[in-house]
Design a protein around this ligand. Sequence first.
Ligand SMILES: *[C@@H]1O[C@H](CO)[C@@H](O)[C@H](O)[C@H]1NC(C)=O
Ligand SMILES: *[C@@H]1O[C@H](CO)[C@@H](O)[C@H](O)[C@H]1NC(C)=O
Ligand SMILES: *[C@@H]1O[C@H](CO)[C@@H](O)[C@H](O)[C@H]1NC(C)=O
Length: 359
Amino acid sequence: MIMMMMTTTKHYTFWILLIFSISMASCSTIPSLGAPEIGINYGRYGSNLPPPEAIPSLVNSLSIKHVKTFDMDPRVTKSFANTGISLSLCIPNDKIPILASNASEAESIIRTFILPYHKNTIITSIAVGNEVSLMPQFSSHLVSAMENVHQAIKRYRLHKKIKVSTTHSLAILSRRFPPSAAIFHKSIAESVLKPLVRFLQRTNSPLMVNVYPYLAYKQSFPSIPLDFALFQPMNNSKRRKYTDPYSGVTYTNLFDIMLDSVDSAVKSLGLPKIPMMVSEIGWPSSGDPGEVAANLENARVFNQRLIQHLKRRGWNKIPVYIFALFDEDQKTGATVEKHWGLLYGNGSRKYDLNISPPI
Ligand SMILES: *[C@@H]1O[C@H](CO)[C@@H](O)[C@H](O)[C@H]1NC(C)=O
Ligand SMILES: *[C@@H]1O[C@H](CO)[C@@H](O)[C@H](O)[C@H]1NC(C)=O
Ligand SMILES: *[C@@H]1O[C@H](CO)[C@@H](O)[C@H](O)[C@H]1NC(C)=O
């Protein structure tokens, strides 16, 4: 019944040459503003993963309180009951066409996978499909499917608690640089993304985006310096800066550029700014020969500095879900696909990561 989904192979196009300047950093420590929402993706393409019942305590040991899955497996949903950890679930891609055409099917899914569990397990959102916006066989049905799922949730009066969305790779942008000039692919801008963003705005749901500075860095090599992709330390006296020539906004890391490019693309549709959720972000610890930036130390540095970045004053409180909990040895495609975990498949830590570092 439950179909597992691949997180689609992450691919990127373009990136023109960036022009950097070097700034003298101010060395003041930057105070934080409350706890950011930091979650983790629980993908299950591993041959040796711990059973679902063992996951909540592993997640807890990382000081993480939010988990995103790629399916709606009742065994997983049940295992998070009464743990205080919230779940973001996902409806498999291949259900999208039928969900679009048959509202009873959407009700049936909510009745089967949500109603029995939501009282004990905190379910915060449901993604209808994963990175399907550029796949016409799904994207043409996407908004109708999301609407039917939302209506089904509303019928059971859960729409204030459970938001309906869908995830996007940044391949949806045909231009993302400079960030203020970013736009969506023509093929989906008006037909898919405009109604989709309107649906999200109407239902108070976030736009879910998968943001991979590693892939942008790799794609554009050597025009983006590695430390710019890895969130340079704030006290680095040779910090690089990039200033968007149109907006005048100055950036010190690639992540902020990538997020702002999505904001601009939404604006280019003539729509107001929409709350976002970074549904995936991470750095691989290993890759194919030549992918030298994919290593354990860079993965640790990226994730640790990401967390520090999210705690800074001025950071706009977008929920961020790290990819991923486990290395997944059954992932196909490039070698990096198997090495995004904070944990090895057997549950042991790959490196030290302090999710709640003292301020
Ligand atoms: C719609 O879905 C319901 C519930 O799964 C099913 O019983 C019904 O046969 C479906 N209708 C059509 C026209 O496929
Ligand atoms: C910057 O701060 C880090 C951690 O706070 C420290 O380990 C490092 O030595 C500092 N670097 C410089 C150049 O001051
Ligand atoms: C878990 O797997 C890693 C990588 O294969 C290995 O280095 C480590 O020893 C294993 N730990 C346990 C407890 O088996």
